[in-house]
Ligand binder design. Structure first.
Ligand code: SAM
Length: 269
């Protein structure tokens, strides 16, 4: 008998593995280094994300997320997220697009303001894990689950209603990982982000497969207009750059500061 797959919406695409990485290049930092020095000139707001996460931080975070685990899914990769999310310490309004097991929301709630408002959008309903998440929040924090595709008017309107006149401090775009999905999320939710807010994209170096263009293709387009930085698990924070390999790469948080968005600051004369 076939067992039902938990969260089939996790699998929008088969992954591909093409071994183009030459093992000798690992010695100079492949796949993400070496890069020219100018690539490492980054906004000082990223200073807090520079130190790599310690083994202990990673182990503690993975273990705090264990109770949220779905079926046979393995431990989440958190070394990149841990660095990036330090920028959100003490923030109040947080939106996550693609919330899966709610474990990342539980982790981020530990960093956010005691009265923070967390909003999560996912196509998959999961009242059990919503309850688990709510039980782990600080007493003054609230969580709103929006069950719909993030690129539907219903989802956008739900977020509008929850926020009222408040603005988001951060949005974590981690939904379907296609280029269209990532760019649509950036376009549809930017109006809700405060001028000093932050956009974070997960799997920012995924270039898609035979069927789909990936997040990276969307970021390449955004980076022509708005500056993007990349935070992985091991290297210094750097300017956005497409992977230089054909291998399918995952992880790596892409960061856009709302204050760098051209539509907010106007075009240079
Ligand atoms: C990689 S998981 C998210 C992981 C989570 N952010 C974390 O850090 O642990 C991707 C999630 O996006 C959801 N998803 C896929 N397409 C979506 C869409 N169009 N709108 C909202 N959620 C979507 C899937 O159901 C899945 O739960």
């Amino acid at each position: 008998m076939e067992t039902e797959i938990a969260y089939p919406s996790q699998f929008v695409q088969p992954s591909r593995k093409i071994e183009t990485l030459n093992p000798a290049d690992h010695a100079v930092g492949a796949p993400f280094a070496p890069l020219p020095r100018s690539f490492y000139l980054v906004d000082p707001r990223l200073d807090v994300a520079q130190p790599v996460a310690t083994e202990q931080e990673i182990a503690d975070t993975v273990s705090s997320r264990a109770k949220f685990r779905v079926g046979e899914y393995g431990d989440p990769y958190v070394a990149d997220v841990l660095r990036a999310f330090r920028m959100l310490r003490g923030k109040k309004f947080y939106l996550e697009i693609g919330i899966f097991d709610r474990g990342n929301l539980a982790y981020i709630s530990s960093l956010l303001d005691p009265d923070a408002v967390l909003i999560g959008i996912d196509v998959q309903d999961d009242p059990e894990r919503d309850a688990l998440l709510r039980a782990s929040l600080k007493p003054g924090q609230t969580f709103h689950a929006v069950i719909a595709s993030s690129r539907t008017p219903d989802a956008v309107n739900a977020v509008r209603e929850i926020l009222g006149s408040n603005k988001l401090d951060a949005v974590f775009i981690d939904g379907d990982h296609t280029a269209y999905g990532a760019l649509a999320d950036y376009a549809l939710y930017e109006e809700f982000v405060a001028n000093d807010g932050i956009f974070l994209f997960h799997d920012s170096v995924w270039e898609g497969d035979e069927m789909h263009k990936g997040v990276c293709d969307a970021l390449d387009e955004i980076s022509r207009v708005d500056t993007i930085y990349l935070i992985d698990g091991a290297n210094p924070v750097r300017r956005f750059c497409r992977p230089l390999w054909r291998d399918s790469l995952w992880g790596v948080v892409g960061v856009v500061f709302a204050s760098d968005q051209k539509w907010r600051i106007g075009l240079p004369r």
